[in-house]
Design a protein around this ligand. Structure first.
Ligand SMILES: *Cc1c(COP(=O)(O)O)cnc(C)c1O
Length: 392
């Protein structure tokens, strides 16, 4: 990728952990909308919703301003009572649990499976109370959770299953795409994700009533949008509940649709990069890639390794530091959500709540993963990581 000039005057590579890929088709699609009549909610929004729904295998889709607002809309659609509980995995981006707080609910943290860092379904049942309304499953790094177990569990207890699929657009579980596996599935189109709209998000669902509620919610709680009113020649509208302005613009959605066309080939590129990393780390005792279950096709938003483990300890923070100094944008996804100061203060959570999540948090490292990486980029990162680990 880019070359940085080091103090020694040598060039070296600089690799972020993820980045967008915008080509001329994307730019053309956006400028076409900029020359049209609609900048915000217009025909490109409808198109993008149809395209993502079709791709993900769902009947309805609601496009919104971010993955976070998509999560908010999905949890809002549950119509939680105050203090209503939603079970969320300990390891995820804070927005997953924040959405529950936005709606006056209580996130209840469940530990993750140590080999995949996805929610551990075996631990869910003991956390269910009469106040539990839903489970949010996060397809960590791009690997679908164990949806069969999750679905039978949520069905048995009358709970709604929401998938936070922000890492997993294009991932498959038993030959079904993420988007068709839960009652609502949330996607993000932030630039580090599989496809981007700058900022943006979407919820897909087969349930027309949930879709309707989320559409109203993204537009202040108003039952018709500006375009529908203008088409009907009517000024009249009513606000039926307290909503937000979570709309996404037409030119963003034009970008999204253009990006989606390239997704299948770019998923293949991500999978090739992951395979090459995994080959590089085969036989490394203290570098363990997360495991991939045989009934899943991983979408590799992230490529995550655990350092140390049975082969002996590794100081992950030192490795992190050296890799960063070498221009490699490694990262840590994520600190267990309940360890954030805000959660400790507002929810009274403390270390010790989810053991596997806390152990993983000390050991995980996300390596650069984006489709423009070539073999030599992957080898460069792998060799540097091996060197750093061997030195300890
Ligand atoms: C990116 C992400 C979000 C939030 O998406 P934004 O579009 O950045 O608001 C939520 N959950 C997970 C797991 C994510 O990775």
């Amino acid at each position: 990728m880019q070359n940085l000039l080091t103090r020694e005057g040598l060039t070296r590579r600089s690799l972020p952990y993820g980045r967008q890929w915008i080509d001329e088709d994307d730019i053309e699609a956006v400028t076409k909308v900029l020359r049209s009549d609609w900048l915000t909610t217009g025909p490109a929004v409808d198109d993008f919703e149809r395209n993502v729904a079709e791709f993900a295998g769902a009947l309805h889709a609601v496009a919104v301003s971010s993955g976070t607002s998509a999560l908010h809309a999905a949890v809002h659609a549950l119509d939680l009572n105050p203090g209503g509980e939603v079970i969320v995995p300990a390891i995820t981006f804070a927005a997953t649990a924040n959405a529950v707080l936005y709606c006056g609910g209580k996130p209840v943290f469940v530990d993750v499976d140590s080999s995949t860092l996805c929610i551990n379904p075996a631990l869910i049942e003991s956390l269910i109370t009469p106040r539990t309304r839903a489970v949010i499953a996060v397809d960590y790094a791009g690997q679908p959770c164990d949806y069969e177990t999750l679905r039978s569990l949520t069905r048995k207890h009358g709970l709604t299953l929401i998938a936070d699929g922000c890492h997993a657009l294009g991932a498959e579980y038993r030959s079904r795409r993420v988007g068709s596996l839960a009652e609502m599935t949330v996607f993000s189109f932030h630039p580090v994700k599989h496809i981007t709209t700058g900022e943006g998000g979407m919820i897909v669902t087969d349930d027309p009533e949930l879709a309707r509620r989320m559409r109203v919610f993204r537009n202040h709680g108003i039952t018709t949008d500006h375009r529908q009113r203008s088409e009907r020649g009517s000024w009249f509208y009513e606000m039926v509940e307290l909503g937000y302005n979570y709309r996404i613009s037409d030119f963003q959605c034009a970008l999204g649709s253009a990006q989606l066309k390239r997704l299948p080939e770019r998923l293949e590129m991500r999978r090739k990069i992951a395979d090459r990393y995994s080959e590089q780390f085969a036989g490394e005792e203290r570098i363990t890639p997360l495991s991939v279950r045989p009934d899943c096709r991983h979408a590799y938003h992230l490529y995550v390794v655990r350092l140390g483990n049975n082969g002996g300890k590794v100081d992950r923070n030192r490795v992190f530091q050296s890799m960063r100094e070498a221009g490699i944008g490694v990262n840590v996804h994520y600190i267990p959500v309940y360890l954030h100061p805000y959660y400790r203060q507002s929810q009274g959570t403390a270390p010790g709540l989810c053991r596997e999540a806390e152990i993983a948090y000390e050991e995980i490292l996300s390596l650069p993963m984006f489709p423009q990486m070539n073999d030599s980029d992957v080898d460069f990162v792998s060799n540097l990581l091996k060197e750093q680990v061997h030195q300890q």
